[in-house]
Ligand binder design. Structure first.
Ligand code: SF4
Length: 520
C-alpha cells in the first residue's frame, strides 16, 4: 500500500510519482494533508457557486494553494492550520460536502492527467496572485477563476471540455502574470540593465531567497545602518534591476546559484538565510540554526517570521547575521562556469526601448535567431543540456532567459550584438510575461505571428509555476516549444499526444540535434 501520492514536479520518483516519501523530502503526513487541503478547497468552491465568498476566503484559497507548491511548506502543523481555516469557511456557507482525499489521483488515467494539469496550473498561479496581492494588486477575474477552476476540478467533464478549461486557464494566468508585472513595476520601477557581483564583502550579511520583492524591501529598510549587508539568492537575483531596490547601498550582490545547490553552498557560511517563497530544501546541521522562513514558506524546526498588519519584524534574522559576523575578509564566490558578474534587468521596457536597434539587426541579418532558454533549474542529471545548448548557439543569435534555469549559463560572457549582450536576463519565472510582450511586439513590427518569428522557446521545467506558464504559452497558440529535461509525469500518453499534435510540444534531445532541427 502506498503511503502518499505526488507527481507534481520534475524530480518525482522514477519519473512516475512519489509514493513513500517525496524526493523533495516531503513526508507522507504532509503530502496527505496537502491533498486533504486541496479537496476542502474544491468543496468550498463548489458550495460557493452562486453564493460568493468573502475577500478573506479568496485570500485563503490562494494562500492554501500556494502552500502545496513544491518546496514551499513542509510543516504539517502549518498545513493543518490552513485546513482548519478552510473548514471554518465551509461551515460559514453551510457546506457539508466532503470530497474524499484520494479523489485527486483516482480514475481514468487521461481524466486524472487533465484534472492534474489544471490543478497544478492553479497551484502555480496562486504564487503569482499572492505576490501581487501583497503589493496591493488584485484582479477580480483572476480571483474568481480560482473558484471556477477548483469547482471544475470536482466535476466531470469530457476530454474536450477539460482541454477548453485548461486553455481558458492559460489566458487567466496571462492576466495574473500581467497583474504581478504591474504590481512589481508600479512599486519598484521598471527593471534596468544591472551588473551584479558575486563577491561577498567582509562583515555580517543576510541572504534572501525567493520571489517576493516586498519582503526584500522590508528587509533592506530594517537593515539600514545596521552594518548588515544583503545578498540575493536564486530567483531574487532580478531584484537588482529594480530602481527602487537597487538604490539601497547595502544590497550588495548575489550569493550562490540555483536552489538545488543550497545544501552545498550554504554549508558553514557565516550568514543568516531567509526564504520567502519556494524553493527551500532540508538543511544540513552546519547551517540549520541560521535559516528563517516567512510568508507561506514553512519547514519544521525553523524560525518563522510572521506578517502582522502588513509588516514583518526581521529582527531575529538581523540579530543572527550580526552574531555570525560574516566573513573576516572579502570572499569571492563564482557562478557555475567561474564567472564573477551576472547581468540582469532586461525586462520588456528595456528590450522594447531598443526595439528599433533589434529590428534593424534582424533586417540586416546581424541577428538571425532568438532563443528563449529559461525556466526552473533542478537537481536531476540532464540539465547540462541547457548550458551546452547556449554555448553551441551561433554568434548571430540572441538568448533571452528568465527564472533560475539561467544559473547554468548566466555567468558566461558570450559577447554582444549591436550593443546588446547576447544573453539577456528578463527576470524571474513570472517575467515570462515580459518575454511574451517582447515577442508580441516583434511580431507586430514584422507583421507576422509569434510562430513566424525567428524565435524558439527552449524551456526547462521543475515545479508548478512552470506548468502555469506553459499553459499560458499554449493558450496563446505558441507552437513547437522544446521542453525538458524530462516530460511531466502527470501527462498521460494520450494527453501528451494531443499536446504534441496540436502544439508541436517537443521533448529536448541533444543540443546539436535540436539546434540542427531549429536552424536547419
Ligand atoms: Fe515528489 Fe516532487 Fe511531489 Fe516532492 S513535490 S513529493 S519530489 S513529486
Amino acid at each position: 500500500m502506498t503511503k502518499m501520492f505526488c507527481f507534481q514536479c520534475e524530480q518525482t520518483a522514477g519519473g512516475k510519482g512519489c509514493t513513500n516519501k517525496g524526493v523533495c523530502g516531503k513526508i507522507p503526513e504532509v503530502a496527505n494533508k496537502h491533498d486533504a487541503l486541496t479537496c476542502l478547497l474544491i468543496d468550498l468552491a463548489k458550495a460557493a457557486d452562486g453564493k460568493g465568498l468573502s475577500g478573506k476566503a479568496h485570500d485563503l484559497i490562494v494562500q492554501s494553494l500556494f502552500a502545496t507548491v513544491t518546496n514551499v511548506n513542509f510543516d504539517e502543523r502549518r498545513i493543518e492550520d490552513f485546513i482548519q481555516l478552510v473548514e471554518s469557511e465551509k461551515a460559514l456557507i453551510g457546506c457539508t460536502e466532503k470530497t474524499p482525499a484520494d479523489f485527486l489521483w483516482s480514475g481514468d488515467s487521461d481524466i486524472v492527467s487533465l484534472r492534474s494539469t489544471l490543478l497544478l496550473g492553479l497551484r502555480g498561479m496562486s504564487a503569482y496572485a499572492w505576490h501581487a496581492k501583497i503589493l496591493g494588486k488584485e484582479d477580480k477575474e483572476v480571483t474568481s477563476w480560482f473558484v471556477k477552476g477548483l469547482k471544475s476540478l470536482g466535476e466531470e467533464h469530457t476530454v474536450d471540455e477539460w482541454l477548453a478549461l485548461i486553455m481558458e486557464f492559460g489566458q487567466i494566468n496571462l492576466k495574473c502574470m500581467a497583474l504581478l508585472d504591474e504590481a512589481n513595476t508600479s512599486a519598484y520601477g521598471h527593471p534596468e540593465p544591472s551588473k551584479v557581483s558575486t563577491l561577498i564583502e567582509k562583515g555580517p550579511f543576510i541572504v534572501i531567497s525567493g520571489h517576493d520583492l516586498h519582503d526584500l524591501e522590508l528587509l533592506l529598510e530594517q537593515t539600514r545602518e545596521t552594518g548588515v549587508n544583503v545578498y540575493t539568492h536564486g530567483e531574487m537575483l532580478p531584484a537588482h534591476g529594480y530602481p527602487k531596490l537597487k538604490k539601497y547601498p547595502h544590497l550588495k550582490g548575489n550569493f550562490g546559484t540555483a536552489w538545488q545547490n543550497q545544501q552545498a553552498e550554504f554549508d558553514n557560511v557565516p550568514a543568516a538565510f531567509l526564504f520567502n517563497t519556494n524553493c527551500i530544501m532540508s538543511q544540513k546541521p552546519s547551517y540549520q540554526n541560521r535559516v528563517f522562513t516567512t510568508d507561506i514558506v514553512g519547514f519544521p524546526g525553523l524560525t518563522h517570521i510572521p506578517s502582522t498588519n502588513g509588516t514583518k519584524d526581521f529582527s531575529p534574522v538581523i540579530e543572527k547575521a550580526l552574531e555570525l559576523g560574516g566573513y573576516s575578509e572579502d570572499t569571492l564566490h563564482t557562478g557555475v562556469n567561474g564567472g564573477t558578474n551576472l547581468l540582469t534587468g532586461f525586462a520588456r521596457n528595456t528590450v522594447l526601448s531598443v526595439a528599433d536597434k533589434v529590428v534593424d539587426a534582424v533586417k540586416s541579418g546581424a541577428i538571425k535567431h532568438f532563443f528563449l532558454v529559461g525556466g526552473c533549474d533542478g537537481a536531476r542529471p540532464g540539465r547540462n543540456y541547457y548550458t551546452d545548448f547556449v554555448l553551441k548557439t551561433p554568434a548571430d543569435s540572441v538568448i533571452l532567459t528568465l527564472a533560475c534555469g539561467k544559473y547554468r549559463f548566466n555567468d558566461l560572457d558570450l559577447g554582444n550584438i549591436g550593443g546588446l549582450p547576447r544573453i539577456m536576463d528578463m527576470g524571474q519565472c513570472n517575467d515570462a510575461y515580459s518575454a511574451i510582450q517582447v515577442a508580441v511586439a516583434l511580431a507586430d513590427v514584422f507583421k507576422c505571428s509569434v510562430n513566424d518569428l525567428p524565435l524558439t522557446l527552449v524551456l526547462s521545467w521543475y515545479e508548478q509555476k512552470a506548468v502555469c506558464i506553459l499553459l499560458t504559452l499554449l493558450s496563446l497558440g505558441i507552437k513547437n516549444i522544446y521542453i525538458g529535461p524530462s516530460l511531466p509525469a502527470f501527462l498521460s500518453p494520450n494527453v501528451l499526444g494531443v499536446l504534441v499534435d496540436k502544439f508541436g510540444l517537443t521533448p529536448i534531445s541533444t543540443p546539436e540535434g535540436d539546434l540542427k532541427a531549429i536552424l536547419g
